[in-house]
Design a protein around this ligand. Structure first.
Ligand code: HEC
Length: 482
């Protein structure tokens, strides 16, 4: 595609260095001339230098004008840049006129150089973003250079993570701010600060604190990819399922402007996503050696089996099934020592009761729990609420009924549930499923698979030696898709 306007316009950054260089050198020469007679500029030379500067400035302004019509620049910055550019040109003309009047000339030259620098910095911000200069600056200088939040040190542990600054803002920065920041403000919306989100755009505030699905920001993400209002627009990098989960979680948690991330008791999925995103270790992994030593003791003492789950991780799987009646609430309490390392716990056929399940509240890493053929009832299931990583629960052959199932809605990771039919109705299970599973999330994963598949298809190369030239049909090959 040929576009002469833009072709010439793009010479702006090159041409603009002519007046910059010439005016800077003039400033240096004028100062030097004050101190040394031999360096003093002759009037004619000064006039020539200023003429070159003016011609350069006119050239730069011309190219700049053409470049600015492209429409991809922030209007506010562009207007300011135009104004500053013309001010520089005007001041340079004034210098030419004043060149024989020592007083006015010196002051005007100083002002010209200042405006020149300002124009240059302003132009840099237009192409590279306003944080460009501050991004890699020493921390103390950042606020001076307009670096804002970039100056805050990165967190080293999850405990130091700030919910907005480290969790929410980076998602928006990566996926939205290119179009919703200070250089472009699509829909009148800025997403580069908390204030911008609250202020919102043409359709009002971007979020409704406490209600993710009522929030425009979230609703737009969930629109089908081919919907014109889907955000970010199709073809742009899309937020991942984790990104969206994090944004939704933050809004549901009342959208605080700041504060400790862990203090909001985030869901394990959110903790994992954030730890992963920020490259931080998950909170306090139990000590492998200590857990194994304790496990060995317990095996002997209680007649149960405890196995490590991975070679280099502390996670354990414990089964009391073979101990049967010998294993009751008192024995379960003895497992407290290895509670933080337990991923799987099989209490099937043991003598544990509802009151014993209280001991499980410390086993927050638990993924799998079997309570089949025990005396556990509806009431006991209330104690499972802290097991937020639980994915599999076996309640087969227990007295658990619909009322008990209703206590499980806070176990958001629960995906497998083994039940005993007479007491639990399919309706209760369906409503539990509806509470646990987010269909939009599944749709979103499907979208991601479809996108990835298109990507793979675009890269697959195939060749075919089946047909020789002679066998090829005489007709034209079918028109290709591209
Ligand atoms: C490629 C540019 C682009 C990106 C990236 C982008 N948007 Fe937008 N956004 C637009 C445009 C253009 C509009 C205005 C037209 C419209 O309303 O659809 C808009 C409008 C919006 C609006 C409506 C504002 C209002 O009040 O009318 C919301 C909310 C929004 N975007 C959220 C987001 C979020 C969240 C992200 C990042 C996950 C994002 N956008 C990323 C271009 C973009």
């Amino acid at each position: 595609m040929t576009d002469l306007t833009l072709f010439i316009g793009r010479f702006h950054p090159v041409v603009v260095h002519v007046p910059i260089g010439v005016l800077l050198l003039l400033g240096i020469a004028e100062i030097a001339g004050r101190f040394r007679e031999s360096l003093r500029l002759a009037d004619g030379v000064r006039g020539m230098i200023l003429t070159v500067a003016i011609l350069g400035a006119v050239g730069a302004a011309g190219c700049g004008w053409l470049l600015g019509r492209d429409g991809t620049y922030d209007e506010v910055l562009l207007d300011r840049h135009r104004l500053l550019g013309f001010a520089t040109l005007g001041l340079t003309v004034m210098l030419l006129l004043l060149r024989r009047r020592p007083r006015g000339y010196g002051l005007t030259l100083a002002v010209t150089l200042f405006v020149l620098m300002w124009t240059g910095h302003n132009g840099g911000s237009m192409t590279h973003g306003t944080g460009y200069l501050a991004e890699y600056a020493p921390t103390v200088l950042r606020p001076l250079l307009g670096g804002g939040l970039a100056g805050v040190p990165a967190p080293e542990t999850l405990a130091q993570v700030d919910v907005f600054q480290h969790v929410v803002q980076p998602v928006l920065d990566a996926k939205c701010v290119a179009c919703h920041g200070d250089s472009r403000m699509e829909g009148g919306l800025r997403l580069d600060s908390f204030a911008g989100i609250i202020e919102g755009g043409e359709h009002g505030p971007a979020i409704v604190a406490g209600d993710a699905m009522e929030s425009l920001l979230v609703r737009r993400l969930y629109l089908p990819l081919d919907d014109k209002e889907h955000m970010p627009p199709a073809g742009r990098p899309q937020p991942t399922v984790e990104d969206i989960a994090v944004l939704e979680w933050w809004i549901t948690a009342d959208a605080p402007a700041a504060g400790g991330f862990l203090a909001l008791a985030p869901d394990p999925m959110i903790v994992d996503a954030v730890a992963n995103q920020l490259g931080l270790p998950l909170p306090e992994l139990p000590d492998r050696e200590a857990m194994f030593a304790a496990a060995l003791e317990l095996e002997k003492e209680l007649g149960i089996t405890i196995r490590p789950l991975a070679e280099d991780e502390p996670w354990l799987s414990a089964s009391a099934r073979l101990a049967g009646d010998e294993f009751g609430d008192a024995q379960l309490a003895r497992l407290a020592g290895i509670a933080p390392a337990l991923h799987r716990l099989d209490l099937g056929t043991t003598a544990v009761t509802d009151s014993g399940l209280e001991q499980l509240s410390e086993m927050t890493e638990l993924r799998m729990l079997r309570l089949d053929e025990t005396a556990v009832t509806d009431h006991g299931l209330i104690q499972l609420a802290p097991l937020r990583r639980l994915t599999s629960l076996n309640l087969h052959t227990t007295a658990v009924s619909d009322a008990g199932i209703a206590h499980l809605t806070s176990l958001t990771r629960l995906r497998q549930l083994y039940l005993w039919e007479p007491a639990v109705t399919p309706e209760a299970v369906t409503s539990l499923e509806a509470a646990l599973i987010d269909q939009r999330r599944i749709d979103r994963y499907r979208d991601q698979i479809a996108t990835a598949q298109r990507g793979i298809q675009a890269e697959v190369f195939s060749s075919d030696f089946g047909a020789t030239l002679l066998e090829l049909p005489a007709t034209e090959p079918e028109e290709s898709e591209y």
